[in-house]
Design a protein around this ligand. Structure first.
Ligand SMILES: [Fe+2]
Length: 270
């Protein structure tokens, strides 16, 4: 690696599953998702003065409205650093592209920062809630990793790859997860896989990398629940990551505790 590159860790922020509605201040299980996103971003601004990258990992909109993406872009503007978005099962790619412009850097596949490469994958399947990595996405992953063998890699996708212990959500994880894990295991530079979708934090180790999931900026799902269940005490949150030049990662969750967000936990679905 070039000695010009900084030895300080890269500081990344992941924002996920904001579920913004078609109209401003639409509610999801009683939570105003614009307001909860704003509360998370306010916390980010307070806690993260120097961000190298903001990663938005899907379900940014609840039903894929162009206006929802425009509000997400406006709300997250000016946080600093570079930004990448990828779609979740609630997103609509055409509307998302329309909102940010088809050639926007937000939608680029990779991001090179310091000694690291961040790779964005699309795990969505048209008309399905669950995820899968299509052959073209797997090929794009290979191409990206082969192009930067001397950089540590962080791979991002919406759906989770390993079960998190909530059966109803685990049925929706990447359907060909064995194939994806086998591919990732073949690349020694892969350090971490970062997902959303499950609205709860988790961290697991597999071979030489870790797999992370993260809280939503709105509602949280109950950990360990076999069936759909919202955490009645869940508050909005985000994940931060520090990527070190030697490949080490430090990461944690920060929660919004100063606002009152009272979720309707009696709902049977969302
Ligand atoms: Fe999702």
């Amino acid at each position: 690696m070039s000695s010009i590159r900084s030895s300080r860790p890269l500081r990344l922020v992941q924002i996920t599953d904001s579920h913004l509605g078609d109209q401003p201040h639409a509610r999801l299980l009683n939570i105003d998702t614009d307001r909860s996103l704003a509360a998370v971003l306010e916390l980010v601004r307070r806690e993260q003065p120097q961000i190298d990258a903001l990663l938005a990992t899907g379900d940014l909109a609840d039903s894929g409205a162009t206006a929802a993406y425009q509000r997400f872009a406006a709300a997250s503007e000016g946080l600093g650093g570079q930004t990448r978005w990828l779609p979740g099962n609630h997103d609509e790619w055409p509307q998302l592209r329309q909102a940010v412009g088809a050639s926007s850097a937000l939608l680029e596949r990779t991001l090179l920062l310091g000694n690291w490469q961040i790779v964005m994958l699309d795990s969505t399947v048209a008309g399905e809630v669950g995820g899968s990595i299509a052959a073209a996405e797997l090929e794009a992953l290979r191409t990206a990793l082969a192009a930067a063998p001397d950089r540590h890699a962080l791979v991002c996708l919406h759906h989770h790859v390993l079960p998190v212990g909530a059966a109803w959500l685990d049925a929706q994880r990447v359907a060909n997860s064995e194939q994806l894990l086998a591919e990732l295991a073949g690349w020694p530079q892969v350090r971490a896989v970062l997902s959303g979708h499950v609205h709860q934090p988790s961290e697991q180790k597999y071979e030489h990398f870790i797999l992370l999931t993260s809280p939503s900026t709105c509602i949280q799902f109950a950990e360990g629940s076999a069936e759909f269940r919202v955490d009645p005490n869940g508050v909005p949150g985000y994940r931060w990551l520090e990527l070190y030049p030697d490949g080490r990662i430090e990461t944690g969750i920060s929660w919004v505790t100063e606002h009152q967000f009272q979720v309707d936990a009696s709902a049977a679905g969302y």
